[in-house]
Design a protein around this ligand. Sequence first.
Ligand SMILES: NC(=O)c1ccc[n+]([C@@H]2O[C@H](COP(=O)([O-])OP(=O)(O)OC[C@H]3O[C@@H](n4cnc5c(N)ncnc54)[C@H](OP(=O)(O)O)[C@@H]3O)[C@@H](O)[C@H]2O)c1
Length: 323
Amino acid sequence: MRGVKERITARRTYGRGAPGNCFAWPPTATVAETEQSGIALAPTTSVRELKKRVHGLKKSLHPDRQALRLELKGRTLKEDESLKSLGLKSGSKLYVKDLGPQIGWKTVFLVEYAGPLLLYLCMYRRPWLFYGEGASSVPIHHAVHIAAGCWTLHYAKRLLETLFVHRFSHATMPIFNLFKNCSYYWLFTLYIAYHINHPLFTAPGSIQVYGSLTAFLLCELGNLSIHIALRNLRPPGTTVRKMPVATLNPFTSLFNLVSCPNYTYEFGSWLAFSVMTQCLPAGLFALAGMYQMTIWALGKHRAYKKEFLSYPRSRKAIVPFLL
Ligand SMILES: NC(=O)c1ccc[n+]([C@@H]2O[C@H](COP(=O)([O-])OP(=O)(O)OC[C@H]3O[C@@H](n4cnc5c(N)ncnc54)[C@H](OP(=O)(O)O)[C@@H]3O)[C@@H](O)[C@H]2O)c1
């Protein structure tokens, strides 16, 4: 470091995931080398700034589509880490991974949640295309109306949370996620809505319907409460990640038992919805969501334990006392 401007030289060409995409960082680079690379760095230079410099060198590599790593398969460096804090020495290499074309994080969520809302409501009208002529005139059981209300509430809530509650740390994600996520949510919606709104649908008894409805509403409230608690952990405009703890809201006391109670509540909602409708496709959707959320929760749980030394050892990832 020694207070001199450090230099890095671009060693290789760029390309998606190619092993040679690295920068070396010799602190004693000559002027000729610097001119060759076009990048000059100080020890305090952040990863965010470095990405901008790489973008300056290669216009197709917008900062949002870069992941910088110390090792080829290592962790992606955080935006606010500095070259000094990363312990880079003369000759160190930084790998630049091209994450591919990006799309706004919020856009993906809005599109993937708007689809289930609209598709379900279309099916609720029993279109002739799916059910044949005259299906819309067959009487609709009150459980079907309740299911449509629950579905609408859930996805309207998610859309509003995306717009007004979540403080995301990423601005963009790979565009492929749009197709992957939309396929998952939209196709499952059609599969579930087709069965529940079918003229031959047989509803369970009132106790089962109203008991499950109560459980569904409580889980939705719990999920919203956790999202608000997570939002309040992060000051506006930052990507700070704090240790989550229970607040005065009783729904957040689930933080005492698991690291990701929003996922626990989400699964609870879909389990309740499945019992309420006695619909197998809804049960499959609940299980598929639980599987994905368990993988994410285990990852987040491990990261919390590593990052916060005082992290409560008795907490589980997603299922209290078990998982
Ligand atoms: N049915 C399904 O299949 C399914 C699957 C997944 C999710 N979901 C639903 O979608 C919701 C959102 O999912 P998600 O995976 O985005 O949830 P998440 O990772 O828990 O994040 C929710 C928001 O809180 C922020 N956050 C999380 N932990 C934080 C911390 N320790 N400090 C500060 N901010 C923190 C996140 O920021 P970052 O941007 O930094 O992560 C994000 O903006 C879930 O709660 C669930 O209701 C449903």
